[in-house]
Design a protein around this ligand. Structure first.
Ligand code: COI
Length: 332
């Protein structure tokens, strides 16, 4: 059995090596390149492909995989929004993801970003850079005084709720699908409008679908409290970024922490030292002292990376051996 893994970073290699040592009957090839039209030929002759990336898997590339007889594709991440569902169905691709690699990694990151917004750390850092060590006017807010509106109560949303409750914040939640434990705590509100009306912080923990695209738009911001804080480490297109800019300009939004952006692949995970960045929305948001941008790093911990490698490799091996796997994605 032969598996090729694409987009392998140096920090992942020790975990691949461990997996290989425990699965010596499998021939594993690791390549640093991402999986795309220019690299897909390297998969010819393999039984399965393991991949990880934020950019889209093109129909052309997926069709080529199928031409090589490869229908087993295992992603090392959770989101499958970069695969066209119709194409996957049409080609009969079997796709697995890693739905739970470390909910805590993302939850902890989002909470720490909110705390930085509340304590205005970016503003202090900018003052410190020119040796201004005064307190004022950066008087801050306390987390225990916030009403945190958690949208999405899957594994990550629930991990975030636990942390917020530990800090004494009031938590309210919205999800189309209710989780029993959250229901029992009485955290659910009946509508997004109600969540927007009550929350002083809105944090997104939902997948990207057609119906969630630009869910935080002009209308949604208008329904929120003045001075609300926005946290998004889920998917960039959940937020209409121009509407967010307008809401920041008007003061409706007091601060935002964005680990994801709609066109993030233009900048995230690239070394652009000394280069001019032609991405006006990014430049606008990045320059603001009340906006924290991070390059889709919420997931990036040792625990998460280890689980991403092990679970995706197990999934791919299982697909090849049995035609099925624990984390098979349904594109219905
Ligand atoms: C995911 O697991 O879907 C993530 O958002 C991580 C990412 C860097 C692909």
């Amino acid at each position: 059995m032969k598996i090729i893994a694409y987009g392998v970073r140096d920090d992942e290699r020790p975990y691949f090596d461990e997996w290989q040592a425990a699965n010596q009957q499998v021939e594993v090839k690791l390549v640093a390149d991402l999986l795309d039209e220019s690299t897909v030929d390297q998969a010819n002759g393999f039984n399965g492909v393991v991949a990880f990336q934020q950019k889209a898997y093109s129909d052309e590339m997926l069709t080529k995989l199928k031409k090589f007889g490869i229908t087993n594709l295992s992603l090392r991440n959770v989101g499958v929004d970069n695969i066209n569902a119709e194409t996957a169905k049409h080609l009969g691709l079997k796709v697995t993801n890693v739905p739970v690699y470390s909910p805590a990694a993302i939850a902890e990151f989002t909470v720490s970003q909110l705390m930085q917004l509340l304590r205005r750390t970016k503003e202090y850092e900018q003052k410190f850079a020119h040796q201004d060590f005064r307190w004022a006017p950066q008087i801050s807010k306390e987390l225990n005084q916030q009403v945190v509106g958690v949208i999405g109560t899957g594994n990550i949303g629930r991990a975030a709720i636990k942390i917020y409750q530990g800090f004494g914040a009031k938590v309210i939640a919205f999800d189309k699908f209710h989780n029993e434990a959250i229901e029992q705590q009485g955290l659910y509100v009946d509508s997004l409008e109600e969540l927007y009306r009550q929350a002083t912080v809105v944090t997104l923990h939902i997948p990207l679908f057609a119906e969630t695209t630009h869910m935080l738009n002009q209308k949604a911001f208008a329904q929120m409290n003045d001075g609300v804080f926005i946290i998004n480490a889920a998917r960039g297109p959940l937020v209409d970024e121009q509407a967010l800019i307008n809401a920041l300009d008007s003061g409706k939004v007091a601060g935002a922490a964005l680990d994801v952006l709609e066109e993030e692949t233009k900048v995230f995970n690239h070394d652009l030292t000394g280069k001019t960045i032609d991405y006006p929305i990014f430049t606008n948001l990045f320059s603001r002292e009340n906006v924290l941008i991070s390059p889709h790093t919420a997931f990036y911990t040792n625990v998460a990376v280890k689980n991403m490698v092990n679970i995706s490799m197990d999934n791919n091996k299982s697909l090849i051996e049995t035609g099925n796997a624990k984390n098979l994605v349904s594109f219905e």
